[in-house]
Design a protein around this ligand. Sequence first.
Ligand SMILES: Nc1ncnc2c1ncn2[C@@H]1O[C@H](COP(=O)(O)OP(=O)(O)OP(=O)(O)O)[C@@H](O)[C@H]1O
Ligand SMILES: [Mg+2]
Length: 496
Amino acid sequence: MKLATKVSVTLVGVLLLAVLSSAAALLSARHIGRLMQDMVEENLSSVRAAEELEIALLEQRGFVSSYMVDGGNRAWLEELNRRKPAFRRWLDRARETAHTPEEHEIVSRIAKVYQDYDARRDEAIALYERGDVEKARTVLLRDMNALYDRAYALCEDFIAANERFIESRIADGRRQIQRNTLTVGVCVSLTIGLSLGLLYLFFRGVLLPLRKMAEDARAFAANDARPARPESPEDELRAVGFYLRALMSDVAETRSSLKRSQDQLMNAEKLASVGKLAASVAHEIRNPLTSLKMRLFSIRKEIGGDPQYEDDFRVVSEEITRLESIIRNFLEFSRPPELKLRAHDVSALIDKTLELVGHRLEERDVDLVREDGLRLPRVIADSEQIKQVFINLIGNAVEAVEEGGQVRVSTALEVDGGDRWTVVVRVRDSGPGIPEAIRDRIFEPFFSTKEDGTGLGLCIAARIVARHNGRLELESASAGETTFAVRIPAVREGGA
Ligand SMILES: Nc1ncnc2c1ncn2[C@@H]1O[C@H](COP(=O)(O)OP(=O)(O)OP(=O)(O)O)[C@@H](O)[C@H]1O
Ligand SMILES: [Mg+2]
């Protein structure tokens, strides 16, 4: 089962049980309350009826004997008659409030015995009034007293039965309370158990894996050179977030370097296949070109510097030179020469390059600006190859600007990749810039927008710089400020 399902099911269970236990507790409290109220109401009236019945019987006692002793004073009988209804009233009440068959039985027996007692009392009074005093006294002392004692004993029985009934009701109530308490207790225990289970699931399923992830990410970051530390390593979520961001930035970096490698690989493949063809073609052209040059030289010598043909000679000679440079490019491209590495001052290499291309700048009336930063450390380089890089970049810049435009060559020392000192040479021109659509393609071999361009200049330059462990980048391509930057690692102080 998925963790989310487990957690949801347990959570719903806990909620249901919590609701159930609250409802059970509430119902039980209400039930117990009602039970108590019923018990009090029911039993209070029955207890009262039983007690009052006994009192009413007691209050009737002694009037007949007082009547006789007082010489037939009827005031006693009147008083007796005033008290009699109270007994009847309480007897009715006792019948109403009797709960059990036993109590009903006792009440009917009380009524019966009382009836006999009343009849005997009337008989005694009648005998006394007829003058049969002796007989009246016998009835009073023998029959009436016995019946009174029976009625009284029955009243006591009634009270005892009543008490027994109340006790049984109280025991029922207790049992009910125990049952309710048990139900609520079970519900509460289950809620606590499930809550603990939920806590355990959360700990095992969420917190522990999170902590593990944070530790793994921390270990991963520790292998990395960068100082990666979260603000609060104790907080797993924040730590994971922190390392995840670090990982994502690593992945993005890796992806872009992969893309660069892919591009380079594609270019390399293109280079390899086209390079072979180029080399053989260049080889074939080179020999006829050399004999063409020789012939031109001997014809010129024969004609003897006739000004009429001088201009034609110059044009043919320039075209031959251009063809030679194209062939050189092709050959260099197909078979990159071995690097002859030595420590060089980059500014001096730039000066030498400018000596070579100076006439082209002058021809096109291009303004050249040099901007040298502080004294630069030297670089390990093949001077001829690096000069070739600068020639290609400055050549492109001169071709891009209008007449009267400007080319600026500047140098700087910058930190690259966190801790590497790098000498940076920037070639910037005031030309039209490079359209967005072709920016990705300018380093491809044979890509050119020029009629007579081979499209090899930037490709060769980039490869030379890469062989020097550096990078050639297009830093800006907007009109008026197209900038290419050559980055070559600087020689460490006291190193190389
Ligand atoms: N400074 C620049 N300003 C504008 N576009 C440029 C600049 N440098 C290069 N490009 C563009 O990049 C393309 C490729 O340049 P690259 O030097 O490789 O070849 P090319 O100059 O066309 O030919 P080649 O250098 O072989 O004579 C150019 O054709 C041009 O469109
Ligand atoms: Mg070029």
